[in-house]
Design a protein around this ligand. Structure first.
Ligand SMILES: [Zn+2]
Ligand SMILES: [Zn+2]
Length: 408
């Protein structure tokens, strides 16, 4: 246990993680990386231990930082103290300016996905911050720069996926920004609902000046998560793309696809979002409009589903053209209800995709700056986190809450 705070998982120095917690996190990591290919868990523990033996530890003291976290599943957010490691040679340190509230955060906060061992939990993986310190080996940042941190903060760096700029698919286990076994400090990582963060330079991106910083945070998860499939499946100008679910991820998918010149249809269950969808340049369709759904059969080159809970996915598979793909980026649990015959007749594919690599994350941030693609956000103070979470669950946000960390 850390001797500077009462949080049992904030372990000072190199103390090993509680084995029970480690097992829980292996399960959690397995859930997250399951779509990437099954039994990847075996290497996680070993890699996590081995990766740091060569990391020189600084003599600089760790720092106690205020965070807004959750003591147990379903508990309200409250101010708490966490430790940030001393800046290592490859690290940068940020004063966090803005942190988005992603629906994944809420799954963790509520204890969905069997993540019961992750509390106290400090979520947040859409982070914009100002650099206040850099390690000796840092080349891409200097004090005063603005940096973004997304869903991951480390990976092995040596496996074939890491070497191919796919750190999110690390074969030895990606270290996610929160509730993930920390390769450097031990214990579990803490996310962006906090005042400061220390992160390896490789896992931070440069934020161009053209971006409105208050609106940039959601690019770090919602933006890259929807940009990556458009790149991989090569969405082109004039092609027809469907976006299923128009929340934080979905509205970024719409904006990014419109920016590419695609013909975008957005499927929502919320009639109140129709005017905003039209204003973004897409055609809105309500899920329960059976006639509209029927008319759109076999017409899409690509579909991206951002819906974060189980739903009737086959009705959207039916909208794909021959050989087209529906990419699921929102629903990380079991997917039921696919019809093999209908998939076969249309030679249709269902694919998964999870965030994007660091090079691609820099690419989407630059792309948003160049094409003026800016998330729609509602700024809140840290003391409004609980209220914001309720509103996300009620689909009452257009389209992303962002915590203004400098505001009280
Ligand atoms: Zn997210
Ligand atoms: Zn790797």
């Amino acid at each position: 246990m850390c001797n500077k705070c009462d949080d049992k998982h904030h372990i000072a120095g190199t103390a090993p993680a509680d084995p029970a917690r480690r097992n829980v996190m292996r399960q959690g990591a397995g859930l997250a990386i399951g779509a990437a290919g099954g039994s990847l868990l075996a290497g996680l523990g070993g890699a996590a231990g081995a990766a740091q033996s060569s990391t020189p530890r600084s003599s600089m003291a760790e720092e106690t930082v205020e965070a807004f976290g959750f003591r147990e599943a379903g508990a309200p957010a409250r101010s708490m103290q966490i430790q940030r490691r001393a800046v290592q040679a490859d690290d940068i340190k940020l004063d966090i300016l803005y942190a988005g509230i992603c629906h994944s955060d809420i799954h963790y906060i509520n204890g969905d996905w069997n993540v019961s061992g992750v509390y106290p939990l400090v979520p947040g993986h859409e982070i914009i911050g100002r650099v206040t310190a850099v390690g000796a080996n840092v080349t891409r940042f200097k004090v005063g720069d603005v940096a973004g941190v997304g869903c991951m903060v480390n990976s092995c760096g040596t496996c074939e996926n890491c070497l191919a700029d796919r750190e999110q698919n690390c074969l030895n286990g990606t270290t996610f920004t929160y509730a993930s076994e920390d390769r450097i400090s031990g214990g579990l990582t803490d996310g962006g609902y906090s005042r400061k963060i220390v992160v390896r330079e490789h896992f931070a991106v440069n934020v161009p000046q053209q971006l409105d910083l208050a609106r940039a945070a959601p690019i770090m998860c919602a933006g890259i998560t929807t940009f990556s499939p458009m790149q991989h499946w090569k969405l082109e100008q004039g092609q027809r793309v469907g976006v299923v679910g128009v929340g934080g991820l979905g509205h970024m998918a719409v904006k990014l696809a419109v920016a590419r010149g695609a013909d975008v249809t957005a499927f929502t269950t919320t009639p109140g979002k129709v005017p905003q969808i039209e204003a973004m340049g897409a055609t809105p369709v309500l899920w329960d409009d059976q006639q509209a759904m029927q008319n759109l059969g076999n017409s899409f080159d690509l579909m991206i589903s951002t819906v974060p809970y189980p739903f009737d996915i086959q009705q959207f598979m039916n909208l794909l053209k021959l050989d087209a793909t529906l990419v699921n980026v929102g629903q990380l649990g079991q997917i039921d209800g696919l019809n093999g015959m209908m998939m076969g007749f249309g030679r249709k594919s269902l694919a998964g995709s999870m965030i994007g690599g660091m090079a691609e994350t820099q690419e989407v941030v630059n792309y948003c700056a160049e094409h003026n693609v800016q998330p729609d956000v509602e700024l809140i103070r840290p003391d409004q986190i609980n209220e914001a979470i309720s509103r996300v669950v009620d689909k009452d946000v257009k389209f992303r809450f962002v915590i203004d960390m400098q505001n009280a």
